[in-house]
Design a protein around this ligand. Sequence first.
Ligand code: FE2
Ligand code: FE2
Length: 410
Amino acid sequence: MKKILIVVLALIVLVAGSAFYLIKLKEPVYADSADAQYVMQNITADSRTSRTIVWQSRGVIPKSYIEYRMTGNQNSSQIEATNIDFKTDEGVVHKHTAYLSNLKPATKYEYRVGDDKNRTNWFTFTTEAEKVSNYKVLIFPDSQCADYGVWQRLSSAAWERNKDAVFFINMGDLVDNGEQYSQWRAWLRAISGMVSTIPAAPIPGNHEYYTLDWKATPAKLYENLFSLPTNGTEGLPNQTYSYDYGDVHYVVIDTQAEELAAFDNNIYERQVQWLEKDLSKTNKKWKVALLHRSPFDWRASDAPNTIGKSFLPILDKYGVNLVFLAHIHSYSRTVPVKNFAPANKGTVYITTGRSGDKVWEGSPRKTFDEVFYNPLDQPNYLTLEVTDNELYVRAVKQDGSIIDEVHIKE
Ligand SMILES: [Fe+2]
Ligand SMILES: [Fe+2]
């Protein structure tokens, strides 16, 4: 009897053990068998000759590498990445960054990352041509979510329809709580195919500046996760920067003075000085500015707020053609605006909508709006197509239906 009991007990232990083993095996196995994960490209100031690749590893990797080669070429080059560790609410993240320079324009490359033992699968990217007359950019409004499946479905629909996009912009409030690392993981995992193939060009929103208990704080995780051009306002890394693509100069402005007030109290003054220098240097035909918050009062009036009073004169002075905005989760497009009023020739302001699951029913149509649409029914994205003679913007719902389209000429 005792023997039978022992055999039964042993069987139970064996079955339970193999069940546990099976469960263990079911843990996600990354396609990239190396320790590397969340491989992404970040925009650089000049996409003809450079590209930044960022990834993370699950463990401490003393030496990490990127290996890259022109597609079709068997000989690859290798450079060592820069490693930093940063703290999150889920423990330490090990981040690796490699800046590839002296690349050949209009060339398809393959790259993979890893350490001394393991490498990921090969990914690809294509550098910008020396002269580009036609290209497309994907633009995503606030992607903050309670369920990042919503962001995953919206971004996948946009990417599937626009595989010819050369980079993508995120308009801030990428996640709902900037200090909650699980949200960043979900955000990155949702776009793994796109962000390993074309560069991300994110801008910060106020939700990147909240602690887990919703107090304002500098956007440390946002700053740490990305490696964006370092040509912005001093002391505001990844928060302000500029870059060129084709005949367009893009500038990123941080509109979070309210959240930063206790930490850094003159971010608009410093950005205005930077913007003056930055915009005066460019000889690009088109200028596009990216701001999370609107420069106009959030109510129906279009009176300039602090952001508007700070930045509108300089956007006017340098003839910025188009400004993309976010934050209020509705879509709108103004008539051309100059000197704080509608004008025949001026800047068009497009508030981009929402690509996550947060909606705001109270978002008002405003006096300068030529088009207003509150995407309560489904999330949306935008495409910007740049040609020799126009900036062509389309706002598209997840199901492919068009909210708005506009051709902006010089
Ligand atoms: Fe938002
Ligand atoms: Fe916001």
